[in-house]
Design a protein around this ligand. Structure first.
Ligand SMILES: [Cu+2]
Length: 146
């Protein structure tokens, strides 16, 4: 009897998790850098404009079909398997200097990065900062700050 109850509880937990992680993206949705390309050289501070097609922008916390908010990943590997082997595409994005959230629905920012090369990637996240399924992510671009 105990075993059955435990199994039942585990199943409920698994379903709950799956539901929390799966916000569908719209087919063909794309996120991209409007004003920067791979290999560009810029002078700090510089503007980064976020492009989104096929979906809309909504502030964080607002659960609305076909929407999300922008995240800018700076100087880190492409979003995928994390250091601990966890699938980052199923987790809420962290908030730190390598992971900027634009939870008010902003579509651009100004960056002051040190001189040198830097990588940037855009990731659309749902109301809970989790990438959509399938994920809407840009290519990683490398830029040089003079
Ligand atoms: Cu976020």
């Amino acid at each position: 009897m105990k075993i059955i109850l435990l199994t039942l509880l585990l199943s409920v937990a698994a379903i709950g998790n799956a539901a929390a992680q799966e916000t569908p993206s719209s087919p063909g949705a794309k996120v991209y850098f409007v004003n920067l390309s791979d290999g560009d050289t810029v002078t700090a501070p510089f503007k980064v404009i976020f492009g989104l097609s096929g979906m809309g922008v909504a502030p964080s916390g607002i659960e609305k079909k076909g929407t999300g908010h922008h995240h800018l990943l700076i100087d880190r590997p492409p979003l995928g398997k994390g250091e601990d082997g966890e699938d980052e595409l199923e987790l809420s994005l962290p908030t730190d200097e390598n992971h900027l959230h634009f939870g008010n629905g902003q579509t651009e920012t100004t960056l002051k990065l040190d001189a040198g090369t830097h990588t940037l990637q855009l990731v659309l996240g749902d109301h809970a900062h989790v990438p959509h399924s399938p994920p809407v992510v840009s290519k990683v671009i490398t830029i040089t700050v003079k």
